[in-house]
Design a protein around this ligand. Structure first.
Ligand code: C2E
Ligand code: MG
Ligand code: MG
Length: 705
């Protein structure tokens, strides 16, 4: 190749080419390089350039490096530098390939090389790099996984967020099918949707899928799929998966919270209502609604604290759940009210009653909290669908009415709704309102039940039992309103009205008949909490001198008494006045025995619940016998309650119980009736007192002097 030929070829090259001296003198430049440097001709450029070292490279270090590499290695390749476009001093980026050429004849060395202007390319790359970095930052930091899948949904790219969200290395997911990680229950439905996305370019879909975390748990990912198969830059389906597990679980929790009572884990009222409404709507199922109300729960809460109250409610909930028949819905309706929805099918009334009885039985088992053992009593009212109503409200109201009736008849009882109940009992709500006005109108009356010597039948005393003389409904028994009065904070005022009447009555009888008659007064644990109680009682006693020595206070709910602040003190103060304290319903509140240590007790009453089944029940007999032995060894007065039959009297008497009360001797009666009995007894004892004392048996009885 001639020199000219070479020159023309040299000039035709699309990239710059040069020859320089190692010292930096520009010897040759082809047309491309001349233009790169802003000149028109080679001559123009060669005359303009004097020292390439200082005039071309933006960074002198870069030129140094170039020379060092050429000298040590003999060539450079892909050498990228920032240089000045020589004529304009504009900065551009170039890539050089160069080598050292040695002319052996002339004994000279040259640098020959090519120069490519890569400014535009580099800018594009920089921009790309920046956007890529931005992209990476986004995909890596954000809680969003980006997956790129091919049209078979094989994963071709996974962003770094798979680490934080799924505990998986992005690379480990490559080539897997996108749905390999999706919950089977979700994938069937969603795959169809994604197939639609895949077959329709530029379409998208969003859904929440459960995706398997490496640790085996399921994450809820909001998944956005975008078909970019037609987009040359993508050629795939892009999935964006956002972790919404927490909010999803929160929502799910909210959903269940809306149905579940958070304290007991039972269904709540809303869920119960929904279940019952479903039954009603389907109309082809018979159900029984057992409405359960605990007695005196507020007292537990107030005196033992909410923690104990909560404990009791949870224990009750557990028992109800276990005792409820299969398929039943067990719910806490609020406060201390529970309900069981029993599917009864063709079952008889007996079977429904058996369920109610079983529920009562498990509720009556003693509960122990913080070493205190006590018993919860409850009442159950039952309504039946479809017999007793065709809508939720009516069925519940009727169950509530039946419950109320059960409560007023006897504690620990159940009642199935009977249509007349509604008319007779009206609603409890009205009753509540009426209680307040009853106090104002002084509608409470005291009835008296005789307490007698079991051997001779001699009258020893009376128990004062309150009755509510309702202007329309007539006489209402205490069980129907005492616990409500307690919870409404009204028991103190009712109790005071009772005490006022009873003490006046006792004072009158003592004066008239001159007999040492004992008067037993029922005092609620609520009253003992009232700081005014002792003061009021003392004021009353001061009004009736000589009565204190004949007065006995029967304390019920003794399981709770010792935890009530100031209680033993109140009892001690009253004892100082000569008043005696008796534990009522012993046997029901087992822990009552511990009170024998805490404050001075003068007597105990054997609960009628243990007397009723005498003498046949072995358990009740054993309890009765041990309470008799206890009273004996502690020298306590013992009165057995609820004696209805002669064989009960005989049994108790034979075991050493000398006193009792019950329908066998007399029902609670008004003061006038009681007075007839007292008068008769006084007359009789006046006649028979001599033989009575002679047998020596009735020496403990109150005989007129
Ligand atoms: P308690 O103190 O255990 O009273 C005995 C209850 O047994 C009375 O019910 C009485 O009528 C009933 N009874 C008596 N003998 C028999 C019998 O042979 N068979 C049956 N089945 N029952 C019998 P009552 O009068 O309905 O009183 C219920 C409860 O109400 C009382 O139980 C007492 O805890 C409470 N109470 C009554 N009067 C008052 C009061 O003035 N103040 C307070 N705080 N509570 C009262
Ligand atoms: Mg009593
Ligand atoms: Mg009692």
């Amino acid at each position: 190749m001639t020199r000219d030929n070479f020159s023309s070829l040299f000039d035709l090259l699309p990239i710059g080419a040069y020859r320089t001296s190692p010292e930096g003198k520009q010897l040759r430049a082809n047309q491309a390089l001349v233009r790169l440097n802003g000149y028109a001709t080679e001559a123009e450029m060669l005359s303009a350039v004097s020292d390439l070292d200082s005039e071309w490279y933006v960074s002198p270090q870069r030129r140094e490096e170039f020379r060092r590499t050429m000298d040590t290695q003999g060539f450079v390749s892909n050498f990228v530098s920032e240089v000045y476009r020589h004529k304009t001093r504009e900065r551009i980026w170039i890539r050089e390939h160069a080598h050292v050429v040695v002319d052996a004849e002339a004994g000279t060395r040259y640098y020959e090389g090519t120069v490519e202007d890569i400014t535009a390319q580099r800018q594009a790359q920089l921009a790309l790099g920046a956007s890529e970095r931005r992209f990476r930052a986004l995909t890596e930091k954000a809680q969003v996984i980006t997956l790129l899948c091919d049209q078979d949904l094989r994963i071709r790219y996974a962003s770094a967020a798979t680490r934080s969200i799924l505990g998986r290395e992005p690379d480990s997911m490559l080539d897997a099918h996108a749905f390999d990680f999706v919950h089977p229950a979700d994938s069937a439905a969603s795959q169809a949707e994604f197939v639609h996305v895949i077959s329709n370019t530029n379409s998208g879909t969003e859904t929440v899928l459960r995706v398997l975390h490496a640790n085996g748990s399921w994450r809820y990912l909001a998944t956005l799929a975008n078909n970019r198969l037609d987009d040359e830059a993508v050629r795939g389906v892009v999935f964006n998966l956002r972790d919404v597990t927490d909010s999803h679980l929160a929502q799910e929790r909210l959903r269940t919270m809306a149905n579940v009572d958070s304290l007991t884990g039972l269904r709540n009222r809303a869920a119960f209502e929904a279940a019952l409404r479903n039954v009603i709507a389907s109309g082809d199922e018979r159900v029984a609604i057992h409405f359960i109300d605990l007695d005196r729960f507020k007292l537990i809460n107030d005196s033992l604290g909410h923690a104990v109250g909560d404990h009791v409610l949870r224990a009750i909930a557990r028992r109800l759940r276990n005792a409820a028949p299969g398929g039943a819905v067990v719910a806490r309706m609020g406060g201390d009210e529970f309900a069981v929805l029993e599917r009864i099918g063709e079952r008889s009334r007996d079977a429904i009653e058996a369920t109610a009885r079983e529920l009562l039985r498990v509720l009556a088992e003693p509960i122990e909290v913080d070493g205190i053992r006590f018993q919860i009593s409850a009442s159950i009212g039952v309504s039946l669908f479809p017999e007793h109503g065709g809508d939720f409200e009516t069925l519940l109201k009727n169950a509530d009415l039946a419950m109320f009736r059960a409560k007023s008849e006897q504690r620990d009882a159940f009642r199935i709704f009977e249509p007349p109940l509604a008319a007779a009992a009206e609603t409890r709500i009205t009753l509540m309102a009426e209680l307040r006005s009853a106090i104002e109108a002084r509608q409470f009356e005291v009835f008296y039940q005789p307490q007698v010597a079991l051997d001779s039948g001699a009258l020893l005393g009376v128990e004062a039992l309150v009755r509510w003389r309702h202007p329309e409904r007539g006489l209402i028994e205490p069980a129907a309103f005492i616990s409500d009065a307690e919870e409404l904070g009204l028991i103190g005022r009712i109790g005071f009205q009772v005490a006022e009447q009873a003490l006046a009555q006792l004072s009158h009888w003592l004066a008239k008949y001159g007999r040492p008659l004992v008067m037993a007064l029922n005092i609620s644990a609520y009253q003992l909490r009232d700081p005014d109680f002792v003061r009021e009682m003392r004021a009353l006693l001061a009004r009736h001198p000589g009565v204190a020595q004949q007065l006995e206070l029967e304390i019920t709910e003794t399981a709770l008494v010792h935890s009530i602040e100031g209680t033993p003190e109140a009892l001690r103060l009253l004892s100082q006045s000569g008043v005696r304290v008796v534990l009522d319903d012993l046997g029901v509140a087992y822990s009552a025995l511990s009170h024998l240590k805490h404050f001075q007790v003068h007597g105990i009453k054997l609960d009628r619940g243990f007397v009723g089944a005498l003498p046949d029940s072995r358990v009740d007999s054993a309890i009765a016998r041990s309470i008799i032995a206890l009273a004996d060894s502690l020298n306590l007065r013992l009165v057995a309650e609820g004696i209805e039959h002669e064989d009960q009297r005989e049994y108790l008497l034979a075991r050493g119980c000398r006193e009792g009360q019950g329908y066998l001797f007399g029902r609670p009666m008004c003061a006038a009736d009681m007075e007839v009995m007292i008068a008769a007894m006084a007359a009789k004892s006046a006649v028979t007192s001599a033989p009575a004392t002679v047998d020596g048996v009735t020496t403990t009885t109150a005989v007129a002097p």
